[in-house]
Design a protein around this ligand. Structure first.
Ligand code: ARG
Length: 466
């Protein structure tokens, strides 16, 4: 049993089938860089507190550099018998530097090591997610400014409700993705905490300098209870929730693009590059990309539910169950990053079709609420005004045409307070232009918000150099 780091107390070999079942190297090798970085910081710290000599620390760091180079050049042979990335790296290190390699694990356990690695990995990937969210927010702000005046029907219950503008619609998504960025930034703050020095569960008898390791790794603070430090995966859960919410928002946007690009709506046209054809129906142009984005929300929700369930009722501190934390996190990272990247390009390249949207505004009595507000202006209580307009709509339903097509005499039949000045009120432009208070769809309000959006974005996640 000499080949296992715990071999001392065992008399029989681990079964191959057990090795295979318990190994995590197949997926945790993704964290090799973080594992090596954490080990370098740990070795330096051990030298500083006198547990290692400076020469020993130099030897370990040099050896770790070589392991890193071997992995990056594809020479490294990952071994399932060595179970995970931590033992793969350490075993190879010891092959390279000799017995001193065995000193690296002083004052450390795989339990605090794996918690650190996952935090380092997620923190770096979260920064990429934040950059992608920022990119999507920027495209939405640009589109909002450009399409501040382009009208389309707004919907409730998927029934035409009141006119809005494309600019206003893009800003609704800007708000969602800006909140997502806020959430990811908050998660990042709680992820950047160092558990190293917590040992297996009960801390360390060495005078470990936890703050030194923490600063070296660019983290903000240390985890303050060793039992919690090795068993806390809240940061992973938080990210999985953030990811699920991002996918939820993307699925709503995607659903609208699927609807809007259909023959039934024709409000937008997706670039050819984002669609596919049918192998049998030559006329088809299918919105595969937004459909797939919509579908991928499912796996993000599943990942969140999986980890919540894995962690439920686990006694303190570390339990092997927790090895199941990584795959959901990796999958949600891949899903969210891939989805955001393609959405940025899809939204940037799509074309709106103002005439088709305009056409849709003609049906559906889209300014009925404005007529009611006009009657309120003439002194009617709103409830009574609502009733009057309801009767006018019923009349149109029966005889055809829209409210704006009714002759004044007919309109006056519903209420004598109606005058010639009603007609401008019945236009979609006037309806939208009147709604200029903060948060409204008026072109002025949209332009104001699309300008203010850049500063709000900078306050959450500034553009990074490079
Ligand atoms: N591969 C393990 C994981 O991913 C590392 C920690 C294992 N610790 C232990 N005592 N078995 O969680």
């Amino acid at each position: 049993m000499a080949d296992k780091p715990w071999g001392g107390r065992f008399r029989e070999e681990t079964l191959k089938i057990v090795e295979r079942f318990t190994a995590s190297i197949g997926f945790d090798r993704r964290m090799y860089k973080q594992d090596i970085r954490g080990s370098m910081a740990h070795a330096r710290m051990l030298a500083k507190i006198g547990v290692l000599t400076e020469e020993e620390a130099d030897t370990l760091v040099g050896g770790l550099r070589q392991v890193l180079a071997e992995i990056e050049s594809g020479q490294f042979r990952f071994s399932e018998a060595r179970e995970d990335i931590h033992m793969n790296v350490e075993a190879r290190l010891t092959e390279i530097v000799g017995p001193v390699g065995g000193k690296l694990h002083t004052a450390r356990s795989r339990n605090d090591q794996v918690a650190l690695d996952l935090r380092l990995y997620l923190a770096a990937e979260l920064e990429t997610v934040l950059d992608l969210l920022r990119g999507l927010c920027e495209v939405l702000l640009e589109r909002a400014a450009a399409e501040a005046e382009v009208l389309l029907p707004g919907y409730t219950h998927l029934q035409r409700a009141q006119p809005v503008t494309f600019g206003h619609h893009w800003l609704a998504y800007f708000e969602m993705f800006l909140r997502d960025a806020e959430r990811c930034r908050d998660t990042l703050g709680r992820t950047r905490r160092s558990p190293l020095g917590s040992g297996a569960l009960a801390g360390s008898p060495y005078p470990v300098d936890r703050e030194m390791v923490c600063a070296e790794l660019g983290f903000q603070e240390i985890c303050r209870n060793s039992l919690d430090a090795v068993s806390d995966r809240d940061f992973a859960l938080e990210f999985l929730f953030d990811a699920a919410t991002i996918m939820l928002h993307l699925s709503r946007l995607s659903e609208e693009l699927v609807l809007w690009s259909s023959q039934e709506f024709r409000f937008v046209e997706l670039g050819d590059g984002f669609c596919t054809g049918s192998s049998i129906m030559p006329q088809k142009k299918n919105p595969d990309v937004p459909e797939l984005l919509r579908g991928k929300a499912g796996r993000a929700y599943g990942n969140l539910m999986a980890l919540l369930t894995t962690l439920k009722s686990l006694p303190l501190a570390y339990n092997k169950d927790m090895q199941e934390d990584k795959e959901p996190v990796f999958d949600s990272l891949d899903t969210v990053q891939g989805s955001l990247a393609i959405t940025v390009e899809m939204v940037r390249s799509l074309k709106v079709r103002p005439e088709a949207a305009r056409q849709a505004l003609r049906a559906g009595y889209i300014t009925a609420t404005d007529l009611a507000d006009y009657l309120v202006g003439k002194g009617l209580p709103f409830r009574q005004a609502h009733e009057v307009v309801g009767r006018a709509v019923a009349h149109c339903e029966e005889h055809g045409g829209g409210l704006e097509d009714l002759p004044l005499a007919t309109l006056r039949g519903f209420s004598p307070v109606i005058g010639e000045d009603v007609y401008p009120v019945l236009s979609a432009e006037a309806s939208v232009a009147a709604r200029r208070a903060a948060g409204g769809p008026a072109p002025d309000a949209v332009r104001r918000e699309s300008r203010a959006g850049w500063e709000r974005l900078d306050a959450v996640w500034p553009r990074r150099a490079g």
